[in-house]
Write a protein that binds this ligand. Structure first.
Ligand code: KIV
Length: 272
């Protein structure tokens, strides 16, 4: 059932909590550069995530681990220049917050100061408590991320569904309540059973944004390149592709190559 949408000129962390209160679902997508961010923002998305998935889809790495803080700041500042309405949240990359809370705060401050972003996201629950506390105390909005946390991929060993066992599910529920109590404004839940995700969404008053976490949560997030069908080799069950851009782009480029080779481009009206 869809709910009447309130018009927001600019999305803030408060707007998102209000959306949850009114039962309006929150839309969130990744973007990593100016041109895409401009399209995503003007299409009406609520939250743009400058995800560390840039490590995969922009840089071609197998995991999110190699991307650096400087690279995240470069992506985030490009995105910010294209955005008028959405709340822009940026991932703290692997290695920029796990070693000590002071470093976590320094990394978060660099992102906010150098990119102009509106919030940061980091992966984990109670184990990163001190870092979350320090960042929040500095007045920086924090989004949590639980369930499948790709920065811990070598601990998990695979990208399969998380928290299927009671013990892990119980810890996840506790972590979500803990992050809310700490003052986080939202939490991403990645690749966990739908039933568990909706129980978590009911247990907290901050928005729960799901990816592969079913429809009982307060909003959804996808990686833009997956939604557009640019990453054709990546096909998890949770992904809905809205386009087949890989094929469309490939056809357009092949056509251009043929036109150049055949001497068909440029024609008389395409020159001075
Ligand atoms: O980096 C990312 O794109 C993410 C989303 C998958 C939530 O963290």
């Amino acid at each position: 059932m869809s709910v009447a949408k309130k018009e927001y000129k600019r999305i803030t962390v408060k707007s998102l909590i209000e959306m949850k209160e009114h039962g309006e679902k929150i839309s969130m997508l990744t973007a990593y550069d100016y041109s895409m961010a401009k399209i995503v923002d003007s299409a009406g998305i609520d939250v743009i995530l400058v995800g560390d998935s840039a490590s995969n889809v922009m840089a071609g790495h197998e995991t999110t681990l190699p991307i650096t803080l400087d690279q995240m700041i470069y992506h985030a500042s490009s995105v910010i220049r294209g955005v008028k309405r959405a709340l822009v949240t940026v991932d703290l990359p692997f290695g920029s917050y796990q070693s000590d809370p002071k470093e976590a705060l320094r990394s978060a401050i660099r992102i906010m100061k150098e990119s102009g972003a509106h919030a940061i996201k980091l992966e984990g629950g109670k184990e990163i408590k001190e870092s979350v506390k320090k960042i929040l105390n500095a007045g920086i909005p924090v989004m949590g991320h639980l369930g499948l946390t790709p920065q811990s991929i070598y601990k998990f060993g695979s990208y399969t569904v998380r928290a299927k066992q009671e013990e892990e599910a119980a810890k996840l529920k506790e972590d979500a309540i803990f992050l809310e109590k700490m003052g986080c404004f939202a939490i991403v839940l990645e690749k966990i059973p739908a039933q568990l995700a909706s129980e978590v969404a009911e247990s907290v008053s901050i928005p729960i944004i799901g990816i592969g976490a079913g429809n009982g949560v307060d909003g959804q997030v996808l990686v833009l390149h997956d939604l557009l069908g640019m990453t054709y080799e990546f096909s998890p069950r949770f992904l809905r592709r809205y386009m087949n851009l890989y094929e469309d782009m490939s056809n357009a480029i092949s056509q251009y190559v043929d036109d150049v080779k055949d001497g068909d481009f440029p024609n008389d009206s395409e020159q001075y």
